[in-house]
Design a protein around this ligand. Structure first.
Ligand code: GTP
Ligand code: MG
Length: 193
C-alpha cells in the first residue's frame, strides 16, 4: 500500500491537547533511541521529523496523520534526557501523563528500545506504567543494523519475557529498512483500520 504521513499538529502544553477521534498510536522511548528517524523511515522522507545525533531534539508532541488508513502516529519527546532542567522534565511528565490517561483514541504505544543496550531503568518504568494504564505496548528494538545477530536475538527473548508477550519484539532499522513492512502491519492491526 502507498501510504503518506503528514504532520498535522504540534503540541507543547497540556492546554493545547485536543481530542482527535481517529485512532492514535504513540511512539515513546528514551532520547536518541530513534523515534523521529522511525517516523521518517515510515514516511519515506529524510527530514519530515527533525532528527539529531544529540538527545533531546524533539520537545513537543507531534501528531502525524497516516493516509489512507486515517490513524495518527504521535511522536513523543524522549525521556531521560539528563541535560534538561528538573522543571522541564516535570513539565514533560505532566504533558505525557495528560496525553496518555483518559485518551480512548490511544490504541497502543510503540516503545522504542535500543537494540544495543540491556533493559534500562527508564524503559522498565515506562512499560510498567503503560501496563498499569492498560495500554498495549508494541516493543520495537531500534538501530538493529548495529548489534550482532546473536546479541539481538538474546535481547529479543529478554524483552519478551519481561513484557510477558507471546511475540518477540520487532527488530527495526531506520537505516536499512529492517522490520518496516512488519511494523506497518502491526500498526494497522492496533489502529484497527
Ligand atoms: P529525541 O528527539 O531526542 O527524543 O531522539 P529520537 O528518539 O527522536 O532519535 P533520532 O531519530 O533523532 O535519532 C538519534 C540518532 O540515532 C541520530 O543520530 C540517528 O541518525 C541515529 N539513528 C536512528 N535510527 C537509527 C538506525 O536505525 N540505525 C542507526 N545506525 N542509527 C540510527
Ligand atoms: Mg525525536
Amino acid at each position: 500500500m502507498n501510504r503518506t504521513i503528514e504532520l498535522v499538529k504540534t503540541i507543547y502544553e497540556i492546554k493545547q491537547l485536543e481530542e482527535f477521534h481517529e485512532p492514535q498510536i504513540a511512539l515513546a522511548g528514551r532520547s536518541n533511541v530513534g523515534k523521529s528517524s522511525l517516523v521518517n523511515r515510515l514516511a519515506g522522507r529524510k527530514s519530515l521529523a527533525k532528527i539529531s545525533s544529540k538527545p533531546g531534539k524533539t520537545r513537543s508532541l507531534n501528531y502525524y496523520r497516516v493516509q489512507p488508513d486515517g490513524f495518527f502516529l504521535v511522536d513523543l519527546p524522549g525521556y531521560g534526557y539528563a541535560k534538561c532542567s528538573k522543571t522541564e522534565r516535570e513539565k514533560w511528565g505532566r504533558l505525557i501523563e495528560a496525553y496518555m490517561t483518559a485518551n480512548p483514541a490511544l490504541k497502543a504505544v510503540v516503545v522504542l528500545l535500543d537494540s544495543r543496550l540491556t533493559p534500562q531503568k527508564l524503559d522498565l518504568e515506562l512499560t510498567s506504567y503503560l501496563r498499569g494504564l492498560g495500554i498495549p505496548v508494541i516493543p520495537v528494538l531500534t538501530k538493529a543494523d548495529k548489534p550482532k545477530q546473536r546479541e539481538r536475538a538474546a535481547l529479543q527473548t529478554q524483552w519478551r519475557d519481561i513484557l510477558q508477550q507471546l511475540r518477540l519484539p520487532l527488530l527495526f532499522s531506520s537505516k536499512t529498512g529492517m522490520g518496516e513492512e512488519k511494523l506497518w502491519s502491526i500498526l494497522a492491526e492496533y489502529a484497527d483500520v
